[in-house]
Write a protein that binds this ligand. Structure first.
Ligand SMILES: Cc1cc2nc3c(=O)[nH]c(=O)nc-3n(C[C@H](O)[C@H](O)[C@H](O)COP(=O)(O)O)c2cc1C
Length: 176
């Protein structure tokens, strides 16, 4: 049994990406799942000056340890103005100062969703290009467009999209 760490790149209390990531994790067979919430890891805004001034933030150390202790990662990225949310970028900037290989070469399922028709395609493309440089072993990726139409009662209701996500989850699971 592997330990799968699951989180959204969002600090919204009602994050649709957290819902999608949690649903994806529910499709795993017999794995230990730990869902993290970025609200539990508040951090100061990263800057080289503040890093020189303060003690390294405990929450960045804790998040880094969660990734290190995992066997696989499921992350669903919220898209703000075509890119990462500020809270997610800030988190990975801090974690990268502990370990350049932020994602520790762990198998990753990379997801994104948004209420719009592109489903976070821009942030997903950015992450697909850059995460491997930071130690992500991306096994599969999936974007769910038009979340409000395609996701109801805690699950994907569009049959095609559900099939696609199940295949992506399978690809992750075969690496565990
Ligand atoms: C500042 C801001 C910028 C946004 N930019 C985009 C965007 O570029 N593309 C998009 O599809 N949705 C965009 N949205 C809508 C988000 O996709 C939507 O708020 C979604 O719920 C965010 O995911 P979350 O609920 O997991 O935080 C934006 C929302 C905000 C508040």
């Amino acid at each position: 049994m592997g330990r799968v760490v699951v989180f959204a790149g969002s600090n919204s209390k009602n994050s649709i990406n957290k819902e999608l990531a949690t649903f994806a994790a529910s499709l795993l067979n017999n794995q230990e799942v730990k869902v993290l919430d970025l609200n539990d890891y508040p951090l100061p805004l990263y800057g080289v000056d503040i890093e020189a001034e303060i003690e390294f933030p405990e929450n960045a150390i804790k998040f880094n340890e969660e990734l290190a202790d995992s066997d696989a990662i499921i992350v669903s990225l919220a898209e703000h103005n075509g890119s990462y949310t500020a809270v997610f970028k800030n988190l990975i900037d801090w974690v990268s100062r502990k370990d350049k290989k932020i994602f520790k070469e762990k198998p990753m399922l990379l997801l994104a969703t948004s209420p719009g028709g592109r489903g976070g395609a821009s942030v997903l493309a950015t992450a697909k290009n850059t995460f491997p440089h930071f130690g992500a072993d991306i096994k599969a990726s999936f974007s769910l467009p038009s979340f409000m139409n395609n996701f109801e009662g805690g699950k994907i209701v569009d049959a095609e999209a559900l099939k696609e996500l199940k295949e992506a989850v399978q690809q992750l699971e075969s690496a565990l």
